[in-house]
Write a protein that binds this ligand. Structure first.
Ligand code: TMP
Ligand code: ASP
Length: 233
């Protein structure tokens, strides 16, 4: 049973349930970019992200990675294990795009010779600044053991998603993961959707993700539908 809301983010709400080990996540149509400076709605985004995330979490679990996902409850809601989010955003990059392109002056679309992992400190006030292992340990955001597990899991998730998506004509350019603590365990948490990943069509390089909203490219909802259509077969 859904109880009080305990958190409202830009794209999701989290509710307590009558079981203290379980939360309900509700996906909204609201979209923001650039630290909330750009705002809008993408019709049906909440429904599509709920469905797309569920497919990805199930796929990842099948490959032996533990996630917070329990089951889909409705169009916009999923039941998840109650975790405490580790305040680190883990970004995995296969191809140069977005902020990496700006920061290093590399053209978007350049294939990276090795997968790049980045960490950002989750803080809206600070605009999620990039941090390294030293900051993470000094600020006690995670232990060395946890960091190791988070990195290994992020790289494994990359391999799982990359090959699944390649079979569906989608290039996984980059994505962001969040992890949560449940007792002593670390679980993959949050969402995996066109809001948190860059997906390019393999043959045309057309962007099929939130960059269509960020950059005013049009056909935003259509791109989310296209991803859902391709991952649900
Ligand atoms: P970036 O190029 O803007 O740093 O984004 C890298 C990836 O992380 C991209 O797939 C989008 C995702 N991302 C989020 O999910 N949330 C965020 O707040 C940001 C900045 C990026
Ligand atoms: N969702 C983030 C924000 O509102 C950034 C992004 O996805 O571009 O700032």
């Amino acid at each position: 049973m859904k109880k009080e809301m305990i958190y409202e983010g830009k794209a999701k709400r989290v509710y307590r349930t009558d079981d203290s080990d379980l939360f309900i996540i509700e996906y909204k149509d609201d979209a923001t970019a650039f630290d909330g400076k750009k705002r809008g709605t993408i019709t049906n985004k909440g429904i599509l992200n709920n469905k797309i995330s569920a497919i990805f979490f199930q796929l990842i679990e099948k490959h032996g990675v533990q996630t917070h996902f329990v089951k889909t409850l409705s169009d916009r809601e999923m039941l998840v294990r109650a975790v405490k989010i580790v305040p680190i955003e883990v970004i995995v990059r296969n191809i140069v795009a977005g902020s990496l392109s700006k920061r290093l002056g590399l053209p978007e679309g350049t294939t990276l010779k090795r997968t790049v992992l980045e960490f950002c400190y989750k803080s809206d006030e600070l605009g999620d600044p990039m941090i390294n292992h030293y900051h993470t340990l000094a600020m006690e955001l995670a232990t060395e053991e946890e960091l190791k597990q988070i990195e290994q899991t992020a790289l494994k998730v990359n391999e799982i998603l990359k090959s699944f998506l390649a079979q569906r004509g989608i290039v996984l350019v980059d994505f962001k993961l969040e992890f949560g603590r449940k007792d002593t365990q670390i679980l993959l948490a949050d969402e995996i959707s066109p809001d948190t990943c860059r997906f390019w069509d393999s043959s045309t390089n057309e962007k099929l993700d939130k960059d269509r909203f960020r950059r005013d490219l049009g056909n935003v909802e259509e791109a989310y539908w296209e991803i859902y259509k391709r991952v649900s077969i």
